[in-house]
Design a protein around this ligand. Structure first.
Ligand code: ZN
Ligand code: FE
Length: 264
């Protein structure tokens, strides 16, 4: 069995109002964990103490403060490598990774492929490995990140790249936005039965105080309008909203993203 097929134990640490910092347990040494996007240090330190774990590395998807703010304080815990994209706004990183590269932690039994996913920010990356995807603010469940720096063509290409990963890939997003995203998804596709069914499930887990994440890519392909820009129903809804015909998936994406930006 290759290490890539190792099922990861990943637990959420809540930060700010709706961020998740994901802690990945080493399959080789379960008391060693890797933190993804620690926007805050305190809740990570509390979870390390609670579980008797130590921090082995930090992975960063993009430069926004709610994803990197805790890094300086966490680095004080020891010699913690900080892996992130090539971006001068991420001053704390110790290793830069680029599209297509691998990021291996042999002692931890962890290995990720780096995927460049520009759009939310230009240098945004995702970490993919062991059937798990850590995608920061690029892909959310039933939605996607705001397009702060990229173009619709870029961000649509990034999401299309993620869509091509295996359907059973578990999707670990940076925020708990699923319920609000589903309200928009069902505005675009009111008769999407998978989205309607998912909405009921999400309401139940959220009412119980649990995260709606991780999702899976197979589910996202069925419910997430931003992964369905070539679906005839989604294309028709976007064209109706824009008041003009749309034939290119990137144009459909651009209309959906602008529509969602205004959606309440
Ligand atoms: Zn962000
Ligand atoms: Fe964020």
């Amino acid at each position: 069995m290759s290490i890539h097929s190792t099922h990861l134990n990943v637990r959420p640490v809540r930060a700010f109002a709706d961020n998740y910092i994901w802690l990945i347990e080493s399959p080789q040494a379960p008391k060693q964990v890797v933190a993804v996007d620690p926007g805050e240090a305190a809740p990570v330190i509390a979870e390390l103490r609670r579980s008797g774990s130590s921090l082995a590395a930090i992975l960063l998807t993009h430069h926004h403060p709610d994803h990197i703010g805790g890094v300086p304080e966490l680095k004080l815990l020891g010699d913690v490598p900080v892996i992130g994209p090539d971006d001068a706004r991420i001053t704390q990183r110790t290793r830069t990774v680029r599209d297509g590269e691998r990021c291996d932690f042999p002692k931890l039994g962890l290995s990720f492929e780096i995927l460049a996913v520009p759009g939310h920010t230009l240098s945004h990356i995702a970490f993919w490995g062991h059937g798990a995807l850590f995608c920061g603010d690029t892909l959310f469940s039933a939605g996607c990140g705001r397009m702060f720096e990229g173009t619709p063509t870029q961000m649509n290409a990034s999401l299309t790249k993620l869509r091509e990963l295996p359907a059973d890939t578990r999707v670990f997003c940076g925020h708990e936005y699923t319920a609000a995203n589903l309200r928009f998804a069902l505005t675009v596709e009111p008769a999407n039965s998978a989205a309607l069914e998912y909405q009921g499930g999400v309401q139940r887990v959220r009412a119980a105080g649990d995260p709606s994440l991780p999702s899976t890519l197979g589910l996202e392909v069925r419910v997430n309008p931003f992964l369905r820009c070539d679906n005839p129903t989604v294309m028709a809804a976007a064209a109706l909203h824009a008041g003009k015909p749309l034939s290119e998936a990137a144009d459909v994406f651009g209309v959906l993203r602008a529509w969602k930006d205004q959606f309440r």
